[in-house]
Design a protein around this ligand. Structure first.
Ligand SMILES: [Zn+2]
Ligand SMILES: [Zn+2]
Length: 287
């Protein structure tokens, strides 16, 4: 199983020299498993570049895209790439999107409301490729299977209906929790979160705030770097990738946060801690 980050930023895309290394695009991660169509985690602005990367081999073979996307929730930073995903401009392309059911209507109808004039020049239904939506009821864990890939979806604490995902294939596993509200005590860990992250080879986890920032933004829906380490250690995960970097954090600030995270993880069971950076690939191999 191979994981490539196309967007690692939280909340709002950003661009300048100070974001060069970790990147300024919002949540979008590609999971590649041999013999299976691409699995995409979230549709943030990183999806535009992922579309270009997928387009090249598709054009060479003349075969339209067939892919699956898992959507954690519908905040802008997780959907803004959708209208800019170039493989959907090709007739015959299919993207199956699985995401949390919404109170306001079906996943299709809610997203169609965001991708239409006056927010975007055309309606979502005018894409030449086909978008197929699959609502995941908020409640019990949902077990999904895509060929040899097994996915578990569970509700996790954030603002609004939000899912976390556990992906298993090739005898490897990863958990994806880009937006996760840390509790006030920053010690207890939600049962569902522990289940998603239990013993995984890699946790990609919300690490938006410093401890100081959390004091004033404790109910904005996110975790601290220290809480991300705590969740990974409590769940017995092997590796942690800090993710959903705050747009106010420069590369140098993230470097400092990474040093602190590694120090916190050192006495625990975590094999390694990294800060996710755009276009970096983590090869989890196979057993
Ligand atoms: Zn987010
Ligand atoms: Zn969010």
């Amino acid at each position: 199983m191979k994981i490539t980050y196309y967007g690692t930023r939280g909340s709002c895309p950003c661009s300048s020299d100070q974001y060069r290394r970790y990147g300024g695009n919002t949540s979008c991660v590609l999971v590649e498993v041999d013999g299976e169509p691409p699995l995409i985690l979230d549709l943030g602005t990183g999806l535009r570049a992922l579309g270009d990367a997928l387009d090249r081999p598709l054009r060479a073979t003349g075969v339209p895209l067939e892919a699956t996307a898992l959507l954690t929730h519908l905040h802008y930073d997780h959907i803004l790439g959708l209208p800019f995903f170039s493989p959907l401009r090709v007739p015959g392309a299919v993207l199956d999107v699985y995401g949390p059911a919404q109170e306001q209507g079906s996943l299709h109808d809610v997203l169609a409301g965001a991708v239409q004039p006056p927010f975007f020049p055309i309606h979502m239904g005018e894409f030449r490729g086909e978008l197929r939506f699959h609502d995941i009821a908020i409640g019990d864990p949902a077990e999904l299977r895509f060929g040899s890939i097994a996915v578990t979806a569970r509700p996790i604490p954030h603002r609004g209906h939000t899912l976390g995902f556990r992906v298993e294939a090739d005898g490897r596993s990863m958990a994806y929790l880009p937006d996760h509200q840390a509790p006030a005590d920053r010690r207890t860990v939600d049962e569902g979160v522990l289940a998603l992250c239990d013993g995984v080879d890699l946790v990609v986890h919300d690490a938006q705030y410093t401890d100081d920032e959390f004091v004033t933004m404790s109910d904005w829906g996110h975790s601290t770097v220290a809480y991300a380490v705590h969740v990974a250690v409590e769940a017995g995960a092997k590796r942690l990738a800090l993710f959903h970097h705050d747009p106010s954090h420069s590369d140098r600030e993230i470097d400092r946060l990474l040093v602190r995270a590694r120090r916190l993880a050192a006495p625990g069971r975590l094999g390694s801690v990294t800060a996710a950076s755009e276009r970096a690939t983590v090869d989890l191999g196979r057993t």
